[in-house]
Design a protein around this ligand. Sequence first.
Ligand SMILES: [Zn+2]
Ligand SMILES: [Zn+2]
Length: 414
Amino acid sequence: MGPMRTAGSGLSRRPRPARASADRPGGQPPRTDQYNTVLTLLGTTGGMTWWPDCDRASASQALAVGDALYVIDLGFGATRRLAQAFNRGQYVRRGRERIQGELTTFMANVRAVFLTHLHMDHLGDYATFLEVGARSGYGDGKELVVIGPGSRGRLEENHSGYAGGIMTAEAGSDSPATPTPGTRRMTELLLQAFAQNFNDCARDEGYPDLTRILDVREIGDPAAIPWPAGFTPPDPGRPWTSDDTCPAMEPFAVYEDDRLRVSAVLVDHFQVYPSFAYRFDTDDGGLVISGDTGPDTRGNLQRLARGADVLVHEVIDQAWIESAFAGVDRNHPAWPLYDHVMTAHTSSADLGRVAASCQVKTLVLSHIAPGNTPPWRLRAIQRDFPGRLVVGEDLMAMGIGQPFGRLGVHRPAV
Ligand SMILES: [Zn+2]
Ligand SMILES: [Zn+2]
């Protein structure tokens, strides 16, 4: 890997989705051919609901390094955005007509999927991705790596007074049954749940054998991605605090190929352990994606972001917190959500300070909750952050590093 260069200004701003066509928010796809490393925001909201007057998909990003593609989280709507961003179509000519070709293969270069944690606004489209992606080229003779958290081993504290039953994952590779399946078991059970479809598609349409194509690697599995030396996973036999689920740690490696290196740290999503931030280093620079986290990660996010160019960070609108939860106390039905927002996320009042302490050049706001928060209110974060602030929008793309010369020649991969 060569020395890092400063982030370029290759930002492709797109019109508000509300003004865009139904098929492709913002019209034409962003120019991604001028940079070797390109971040595309696929989904930019978070939370457990669809927000009114808002067309944002849930949390998801794509990172292109040359012709290799990596996907980080797959919240609701992310697969559709992935197609909008990268499916250029494969057409055939018949006279003066242009007709869709037999296949679309825009996912052929997807090498790996990274899941920050197993909340639905980060993986609601995972099953859709597995289903549609096989029709769109991934796994075409190659493996698809999926990296994510292992089994948590402990249920959250019962904040809501829930008195119903507890679901458990009864099958899959792990044993015994668990109420907190990790990435591997979740994937196996999704394949089982959609078995008829996958079997039909394999025999009717030439789908690959997904059980062979998918290479699921759980972070913390000694045989796949071991924890860093000195880290002791929290004891599931006793209650957890943030000191247990997000202790201070050094970044550790989770993936590497000829295009990039990926490292991770635990962040503070309170009892939703493990929850990771990822860093992606290419020859063009460093990108950090926070995942879901409170503002105090015991310095983990700051250590991960050391020398990085771009930080994509979650944000909760402080005005929404103050207005929607005014007067909410422990006896109020909204208390569990309020408690989650306050203990497991970062408000717009805190984010500028966090990003400044990470010393990145560019802060990109994503996982914006509520999704209909007006961008002008979020720009107030600039008061506490001296770098470039970008309020993320779906399908916004930005180059990392320097653009190619006027010839637009791709540098060879290292
Ligand atoms: Zn989230
Ligand atoms: Zn979450």
